[in-house]
Design a protein around this ligand. Structure first.
Ligand SMILES: N[C@@H](CCC(=O)N[C@@H](CS)C(=O)NCC(=O)O)C(=O)O
Length: 223
């Protein structure tokens, strides 16, 4: 199985962590932003990462890929079968992909992708506004819903934890972290999910990749 993309993308990381939790052997191939060749183009018709290939089956979109993996490799099951838990898990996946990433893209894009990868002019105000105005209501929400067990759904690891924790790993690479004084439950939950071997190994590589390209570009550095 081949996953196309970079794990600096929360969507790609979600797929790689999901596969790692299932003990799957998945090759990560660099793709996106002009890279990846015809195999990636065939898997991802709009050039978005991740793309995915398993034999003669190709698909893109992280949620589609993890649905495929959970159906094909059901042990351990990471997308619950019970109706309410299943719906709740899909809600958290969607929360991560659209609501958290609305803030995440503005922050990571303007502090790393635009200045370091695209060599463009970042909009630091947009990044700061996303961090100070868009992210806090999301963190307030998470603070209110994280169960005592430390897992979002069914008191065990599911896609919900993997999907929601993934953007916070990308944000950690550009010095945007959950303040434990303001959101103690959320900060502890993020730390615990990121400490799992499936996440920790990827996060170490992501942080090294960001450092190798000069690290994040912050407002103060540009002023
Ligand atoms: N809903 C998609 C989102 C994929 C996506 O937007 N990926 C971004 C990277 S974080 C991307 O490929 N951006 C490059 C582009 O749009 O050309 C998923 O879950 O896989």
């Amino acid at each position: 199985m081949i996953v196309f993309g970079s794990t600096l993308s929360p969507y790609v990381r979600k797929v790689m962590v999901f596969g790692a939790e299932k003990g799957l052997d998945m090759e990560l191939r660099m793709a996106g932003m002009g890279r990846g060749g015809p195999e990636f183009a065939a898997a991802s018709p709009f050039g978005k990462m991740p793309g995915f290939v398993d034999g003669d089956f190709a698909i893109s979109d992280s949620s589609a890929i993890v649905a495929y993996l959970d159906a094909k490799y059901p042990d351990p099951n990471l997308i619950p079968a019970a109706p309410e838990a299943r719906a709740r898990t899909i809600w958290y996946d969607e929360l991560a992909d659209t609501i958290v990433m609305a803030a995440g893209s503005a922050i990571f894009g303007n502090r790393f992708v635009i200045p370091r990868v695209m060599k463009g002019q970042p909009d630091h105000d947009a990044a700061d506004k996303a961090e100070t105005a868009v992210l806090p209501p999301i963190l307030d929400y998470l603070e209110g819903v994280i169960p005592q067990s430390g897992f979002l759904v069914e008191d065990r690891l599911t896609l919900a934890d993997i999907a929601v924790a993934s953007p916070f790993a990308t944000l950690g690479c550009v010095d945007c972290r959950v303040d434990p004084a303001r959101w103690p439950k959320t900060a502890a939950w993020v730390d615990a999910i990121h400490a799992r071997p499936s996440f920790a190994a990827i996060i170490a590589k992501d942080q090294a990749a960001v450092a190798a390209m000069g690290g994040p570009v912050m407002q103060s550095a540009a002023a």
